[in-house]
Design a protein around this ligand. Structure first.
Ligand SMILES: [Zn+2]
Length: 130
């Protein structure tokens, strides 16, 4: 917080000199500076969130009626995720097994999908249930 230290140092000098008008102006500058610093921090956090969203968006693919996350080489590294939840709210919800082992479901929106559609994927181990 270098600028805040500078403002405080100038404030002490103005107080010693008895220049109340300039000291009050400096307090207003200090307040504006704090507001700007807070706004800057919030904007940086928002940028990081958007970068993360963009990174995820670039790695999500739609295949066999579900969403999957691919690695930089294009291989599936995680999934399947519910395409309905991802496309409507950008939430990556893992599909889970149903009582009927031929189907999986989304625990968020309860949509069900037949498992046979995923068997075409080479990386079958990624969607084995734990
Ligand atoms: Zn869903």
């Amino acid at each position: 917080m270098g600028i805040m230290n500078d403002i405080q140092a100038i404030g002490k000098i103005l107080q010693k000199a008895g220049n109340i008008k300039l000291y009050e102006q400096l307090l207003a500058i200090q307040e504006k500076t704090l507001e700007t610093m807070e706004e800057n921090k919030n904007l940086k956090e928002e940028i990081e969130k958007l970068k993360e969203k963009l990174r995820i968006k670039d790695s999500v693919i739609f295949k066999h009626d579900a969403c999957w996350i691919k690695d930089k080489n294009g291989k599936v590294k995680d999934g399947p995720f519910c395409s309905k939840c991802y496309e409507s709210s950008e939430k990556l919800i893992h599909l889970i097994g149903c009582l009927n082992p031929s189907y999986s479901m989304c625990p968020q929106c309860n949509i069900t999908l037949a498992n046979k559609i995923w068997k075409a994927l080479e990386t079958r181990t990624f969607y084995k249930r734990r």
